[in-house]
Design a protein around this ligand. Structure first.
Ligand code: UDP
Length: 313
């Protein structure tokens, strides 16, 4: 019999790729999503697959599933700073109550549980690059605190269920990821820059653009997630691309790849915007035999090509 995976946030950017990959691996997939930041279009290509079921549900409310479940993958949450500033309470609830509910399903069904955590647990990091041992530097009462603290709570309750209820848990700390299906108005750097470049409008670089990020193409990220899910590693694992760059350089690169006439427009740096971010992926390399393969040039080319198909340019 085919095993069933439950994916919360399955109509979101990463969730939809996960559903697709799990179907490809022969699983049945139940996707839960309330569509506040997810999009039904993301699951269009496989929605009619008889092994796939979509349930519109807010996972911050209790979850009741009748069938057997082998895996619970908890990916529901606003994940863009703009989104979690728009939905601060929902973000706190899905990270806390939603994680509790999803863990409850895993416990009841004796399923393996994978938590989508984030590099945001490191806050504005004082250790660079970030190893999983680093405890982070988070302003709990700042505007980003709603996401950071929700995910830190989510990790804490996941480890508590692991220790107390012996739930078989995995935690992935996801670093900046990009690719097709990110909403053009999602507010994150890559969707903003590509949309702006394709419209030949100014690229909005926050601060002086000297802050750094390290961007991972979505296919690489999904490979890492599946490897972690199938591994026996219960401690958190960073998955991301260590190729670090300044935001100003990213903006210039996107202008070049999009063959755009756009100029750069500097805007104020958001409160608590991390100054630097790069994953140390030693643990993923060692235990998952994983490392990213897609270059930024290749990933941006594919992403820009997809945005051209969804933009009215
Ligand atoms: N950023 C920017 N212009 C934009 C959107 C974002 O300069 O239009 C910057 C943002 O201030 C941050 C970096 O890009 O330093 C990455 O932001 P994003 O929202 O993609 O994700 P974050 O890593 O902050 O969660």
């Amino acid at each position: 019999m085919k095993k069933t995976a439950l994916v919360t946030g399955g109509a979101g950017f990463l969730g939809s790729y996960l559903c697709e990959r799990l179907l490809g691996l022969g699983f049945k997939v139940i996707c839960l999503d309330n569509l506040i930041t997810g999009n039904i279009k993301n699951i269009e290509t496989f929605r009619k697959d008889p092994r796939f079921e979509f349930i519109r549900h807010d996972v911050s409310k209790p979850i009741f599933i009748k069938s057997k479940i082998a895996f619970v993958l908890h990916f529901a949450s606003p994940a863009s700073p703009a989104d979690y500033l728009n939905y601060p309470i929902q973000t706190l609830k899905v990270g806390s109550l939603g994680t509790h509910n999803a863990l409850g399903v895993a416990k009841e069904k004796k399923a393996r549980f994978l938590l989508a955590s984030t590099s945001e647990v490191y806050g504005d990091p004082l250790v660079h690059p970030q190893t999983e041992e680093y405890w982070g530097n988070v302003n709990c009462i700042g505007p980003r605190g709603v996401y950071d603290e929700a995910k830190r709570f989510a990790e804490a309750i996941t480890m508590a269920y692991h220790r107390v209820h012996k739930v078989d848990t995995r935690i992935v700390r996801i670093f900046n990821t990009y690719g097709p299906r990110m909403r053009k108005n999602d507010g994150r750097a890559i969707p903003n820059f590509i949309s702006q470049a394709l419209l030949h409008k100014p690229l909005t670089v926050y601060g002086k653009g000297r802050q750094t990020r390290s961007f991972c193409y979505v296919d690489d990220l999904i490979d890492g997630l599946i490897r972690l899910l199938m591994s026996s590693v219960a401690s958190p694992v960073n998955i991301g691309n260590p190729n670090e760059m300044c935001l100003i350089d990213l903006a210039k690169l996107i202008v070049k790849f999009a063959q755009s006439k756009s100029k750069i427009h500097f805007k104020p740096l958001p409160v608590d915007d991390p100054k630097q971010r790069r994953p140390d992926i030693t643990r993923a390399r060692k235990y998952l035999k994983w490392q990213p393969k897609v270059s930024l040039a290749m990933g941006l080319t594919k992403t820009i090509a997809w945005y051209r198909t969804v933009m009215d340019t």
